[in-house]
Design a protein around this ligand. Structure first.
Ligand code: ARG
Length: 466
């Protein structure tokens, strides 16, 4: 009989696995990334088995020693991974049995790779989300510091990418900060549903051993055991929630990127991106390209792609576990890597961005950014807003025709549009006066932005991860 004795699960088979199928079905090349979590899960499982009397203290000691040795070998890069052992779980178990014999073969009692892999990914993602949140916070702090330096730097605010009203650069940066706050909240929220223990669900129906699922959950720092064994082994909602949160975060980074790219162009010339974050062109000697923001903008696409992959992966699966689920790893891993890399690049780059204040100011002066202020001024003088809107439209037309800003029209010219206009109108037609007048919570005045920054700092201090 041609039995493939190499494989742990192969006694039922009369024929060896086809050589290509062996490669095709193996996941060890990528799931070995969860080796530390696999060992962590196995130690908790074995400890629980010993506690309920399924393993002896001596067997547990052997298992823990063996797994600790394997962990060391993996960390040092000495562990020999084998395709024949299919995945990270079977590689480690086979090695354990090589090392400690019979006790190694007992580790899988009351467990299946189905609950094992579900446990591993949850542990893995919990660890990664914690470090992603730390990187995200580093970026948020960098944005706060930059915003603090620019609470009274005036720039044009845009709608439809047309100059709309003057704003402060600090205010614009704090908009980015708000987006990242929601991302951080989403990731922490997703951790709540992720942090439950599927261990003990076994293949799908639970196990006949007297296991203590509360104990293994507690040993792994999970908040509780999952409620249904079928759902435990088939649920990948947490991975979808993670990639959904990651997609939104990447969409935000992509929007920041788009603005940085525009602002760094000769046409806007609002900011300077340090050389260390740009590259030159191989043909055009004058070029300094904003590669980091461009790449981040580009990478947002692949993360959204991973979200789509996971949704499609899950949508037709009957309960409970199916091999399809093995396809969840690569999208998850690549999402994790992309997030780490993009956040790192941004957190490193943002403190070195320089605002070209004069250019920003000059741009805000063009485009009649204080037209709304003039209309509001006329309303305060007793006109209905629609009439004020009409009058200011006429004033703007004169400005366009004579190539002057509203603040550059003379008092008598302005009075030609409305006799209500007095000398003090020039206070509100100035960019400084315009931004200073919007001083309520959430608005652009330097005082309001300073308050927003102080509030944000407090929020970051109070924020607890996971
Ligand atoms: N490598 C598998 C995965 O990633 C582990 C679970 C395999 N379970 C099974 N019944 N074939 O999903």
């Amino acid at each position: 009989m041609n039995v493939n004795t190499q494989k742990l699960s192969s006694a039922r088979f009369a024929e060896a696995t086809d050589a290509f199928v062996e490669i095709f079905t193996a996941s060890v090349d990528f799931d070995k990334r969860m080796a530390q979590q696999d060992i962590q899960g196995s130690i908790a499982h074995a400890t629980m088995l010993c506690h309920v009397g399924v393993l002896t203290q001596a067997e547990l000691a052997l298992i823990v020693d063996g797994l600790t040795q394997i962990r060391g070998e993996i960390e040092r890069g000495e562990f020999e991974w084998s395709i024949q052992q299919e995945d990270v779980h079977m590689n480690i178990e086979a090695k354990l049995t090589d090392l400690i014999g019979m006790a190694g073969k007992k580790l899988h009692t009351g467990r299946s790779r189905n609950d094992q892999v579900a446990t591993d990914i949850r542990l893995y993602l919990r660890d990664e989300i914690t470090s992603i949140l730390a990187e995200l916070k580093r970026l948020q702090l960098a944005i706060l510091t930059l915003a603090d330096a620019h609470t009274d730097t005036i720039m044009p605010g845009f709608t439809h990418l047309q100059v709309a009203q003057p704003i402060t650069f600090g205010h614009h940066l704090m908009a980015w900060f708000e987006m990242l706050c929601r991302d951080s909240e989403r990731l922490r929220d997703c951790t709540k549903r992720l942090n439950v223990s599927p261990l003990g669900a076994a293949a799908l129906a639970g196990t006949s051993y007297p296991i203590d699922r509360h104990l293994s959950a507690q040993l792994l720092g999970f908040s509780r055991p999952t409620h249904n064994s079928l759902d435990s082994v088939s649920d990948r909602d947490f991975a979808i929630e993670f990639t959904a949160s990651a997609s939104i975060l990447m969409m935000h980074l992509s929007r920041f990127s788009e603005e940085l790219i525009l602002w760094a162009s000769a046409q806007f010339d609002f900011i300077d991106i340090p050389d260390a974050f740009c590259t030159g062109s191989s043909i055009m000697p004058q070029k300094k390209n904003p590669d980091v923001p461009e790449l981040v903008r580009g990478k947002s696409g692949r993360v959204t792609g991973h979200l789509m992959s996971l949704l499609m992966l899950m949508k037709s699966q009957p309960l409970a576990y199916n091999k399809d689920n093995q396809e969840d790893k690569e999208p998850i891993f690549d999402t994790v890597d992309t997030l780490h890399h993009c956040l790192r690049a941004y957190a490193d780059m943002v403190p070195h961005l320089t605002a070209k204040k004069d250019n920003m100011y000059r741009a805000a002066k063009q485009g009649f950014a204080t037209a709304t202020d003039l209309a509001d001024y006329l309303v305060r003088k007793g006109l209905a807003f629609r009439d004020a809107h009409e009058i200011v439209g006429l004033a703007v037309r004169l400005g366009v025709e004579t190539k002057r800003d509203l603040s550059e029209l003379s008092l008598s010219e302005l009075q030609g549009f409305s006799a209500l206009i007095g000398e003090e109108v020039f206070d509100i037609l100035s960019l400084e006066g315009s931004v200073a007048s919007r001083s309520h919570i959430g608005a652009t005045a330097p005082s309001a932005v300073k308050a927003a920054i102080a509030h944000a700092r407090q929020q970051l201090i109070e924020e607890t991860f996971v």
